[in-house]
Ligand binder design. Structure first.
Ligand code: ZN
Length: 347
């Protein structure tokens, strides 16, 4: 797999939405697009996971600056309405920070776009040239079809993007840091008012309810419509349709990518059993979904560390021997012998 090390997750597009290979073309261009939505990189990637969507991109950058790979760099994504452009380009969908008007982009997403462009230019050895034509190495969707993409804001910033990326390549400017600006984190129990559009629970049908206020009863991380209002009587919504919330925006960090949470669970940061379930649920995560991934990971990776509880059970079963042998085995496997022995003695 060819991907930038800046991509922290892979949300693989459905194979019906891109072409394998690049018809012999070399990668020599970058084409930034806008999502025309406010999404995380994972949420946008989910869209290209539906079969026969007939669209994809190599990368997505979320409103929070997160970067995900959707289509391996060795393959041609279907993004810019031009076979020859997309055979030569790495295409990048960038989230907007709000929908409509000039379709602005957050500082975090902009900085990630610069970083990703620098990384691509370095690895494929080209500079960004923006001359407003398809001949440049920085191209845009509306060169090839009648579309608003990449939106007025991003379009106006393309000359600056080329300038910044080249300056960083030349060593005269530094790579921008992604600001850790607080993003509103919605929680179960938040009462929200929506713009009248929601998605019915068991279909993709958009409905216009008479009722436009509901309470969030479930959150599915990584879903396109992550919030369920009132147990399905109202339906699924996302940040795009939420106008206001009864809760004051929180300054705590935005909800993390599901993979980051899985890592934390494995590292023991969310406790075990009921405690883990309660903690994850009240932080707005789908316990069952996360536990499934955790279990798969632990079963597939022999090098993954198990919890002290699990090891204590194995010790009791006799899997780690006795006395000095037990101590040595546990220690060399990276476990805290004393901690585990304490649990064993209790049991
Ligand atoms: Zn586009």
């Amino acid at each position: 797999m060819e991907k930038s090390s800046l991509a922290t997750s892979v949300v693989e597009a459905n194979a019906s939405n891109y072409t394998s290979g690049r018809k012999g073309y070399k990668i020599s261009k970058i084409t930034p697009h806008h999502m025309a939505s406010v999404l995380t990189a994972t949420q946008c990637g989910k869209i290209f996971q539906s079969a026969n969507r007939n669209a994809s991109a190599n990368y997505g950058i979320g409103n929070d600056g997160g970067i995900a790979l959707y289509v391996d760099e060795t393959n041609r994504a279907w993004t810019s309405s031009s076979v020859s452009n997309d055979c030569q380009a790495i295409t990048i969908e960038v989230s907007n920070s709000s929908v409509g008007g000039d379709y602005p982009v957050s500082q975090a997403a902009w900085n990630s776009l610069i970083n990703l462009c620098v990384d691509i230019c370095k690895r494929y050895n080209f500079r960004l040239v923006y001359d407003g034509t398809p001949n440049g190495s920085l191209t845009k969707h509306n060169m090839f079809s009648n579309t608003q993409c990449p939106g007025n804001y991003l379009e106006s910033k393309l000359p600056e993007l080329a300038e910044k990326v080249n300056a960083i390549l030349d060593g005269t400017e530094k790579i921008p840091e992604i600001p850790s600006s607080p993003v509103y984190a919605r929680k179960i129990g938040d009462t929200v008012t929506i713009n009248g559009v929601y998605v019915a629970s068991n279909s993709n049908k958009k409905l216009n309810p008479a009722r436009t206020t509901g309470t969030i009863t479930k959150i599915v991380v990584g879903a396109l419509n992550p919030y369920l209002l009132d147990n399905g009587n109202l339906g699924w919504v996302n940040d795009n349709v939420i106008i206001s919330s009864t809760k004051t925006p929180s300054t705590e960090p935005a909800k993390q990518d599901i993979n980051a949470i899985v890592q934390e669970v494995i590292a023991g940061k969310w406790g075990n059993g009921v405690e883990r379930k309660n903690k994850l649920t009240s932080a707005g995560y789908d316990y069952n979904e996360i536990q499934k991934i955790v279990n798969n990971k632990l079963n597939n990776t022999s090098s993954s560390k198990k919890s002290n509880e699990e090891i204590a059970k194995e010790v009791i079963k006799g899997l780690w021997g006795n006395g000095v042998e037990r101590k040595n085995k546990l220690t060399s496997a990276g476990y805290d012998y004393n901690e585990i022995q304490k649990i064993v003695n209790k049991k």
